[in-house]
Design a protein around this ligand. Structure first.
Ligand SMILES: [Zn+2]
Length: 229
């Protein structure tokens, strides 16, 4: 059994964008956070948005989008790295819950990106195997920006790299990884029932900047990732 989306991808995005604007300006409404909402959701959920983001404690999704209980179906891990459990969670949200939008949420000053840059350096820190494996999918973004400018050595130097730009390339890669990992998600986008927006959250301003979008969405993109050579 599958559930059809209740809103368009654009409507889902517009509501999120408005919530983030309220958060930025300090005019939050804190919707859907009361006892009544909690009770109404006890037996079922019908979120219109799924979110896959970095685990960083500073980008709590419901807070920065001014949403409440039952609004967002969320999966997060360090550095927002696509894994089977992530793909499964997003597929479940699309097919069973009828979400119209997947937001992939990156942010500036990401520790996982910094750690990935270090792993590309000449003398990388010794990190546990699970951490190393999780950082691996971020390395192509580091390598991409490093090798474009610095062809004399493959070893990255953090002081000569723009970590936030690498984060945006990794964000674009993450959206592509998600599409490549799931025929269900790709088909939903192709059918016009699902949109995916890659966003970079700015920690200081609290603003969510949309940097990439796929699907039926009219969004003014910012800080478009530089994936050219
Ligand atoms: Zn992060």
């Amino acid at each position: 059994m599958s559930t059809a989306p209740r809103v368009s991808p654009q409507e889902a995005w517009d509501e999120l964008a408005q919530g983030n604007l309220r958060f930025v300006e300090g005019g939050q409404e804190h919707p859907n956070q009361g006892v009544e909402r909690r009770s109404s959701l006890a037996a079922t959920q019908a979120p219109d948005v799924a979110l896959f983001g970095c685990s960083d404690s500073r980008l709590s999704a419901e807070i920065i989008f001014d949403r409440g209980l039952g609004d967002l179906f969320i999966a997060r891990n360090m550095g927002h790295v696509v894994a089977e459990s992530i793909t499964a969670s997003m597929e479940y949200a699309v097919v069973e819950l009828g979400v119209a939008l997947i937001v992939v949420l990156a942010h500036d000053s990401c520790g996982a990106v910094a750690a990935a840059i270090d792993q590309m350096s000449e003398q990388p820190a010794d990190v546990p195997v699970a951490v190393k494996n999780t950082l691996d999918p971020i390395l192509p973004a580091v390598q991409h920006l490093w090798m474009r400018e610095q062809r004399h050595t493959p070893y990255a130097d953090a002081t000569r790299l723009d970590a936030d730009a690498i984060g945006r390339v990794h964000l674009a890669n993450t959206v592509n990884d998600l599409l490549r990992s799931s025929r269900i998600i790709s088909d939903a986008v192709a059918a016009g029932r699902l949109g995916i927006v890659g966003c970079q959250y700015r920690l200081a301003e609290g603003r969510v900047a949309p940097v990439s979008a796929v699907g039926p969405l009219g969004i003014a993109l910012e800080l478009i990732p530089d994936t050219s050579f």
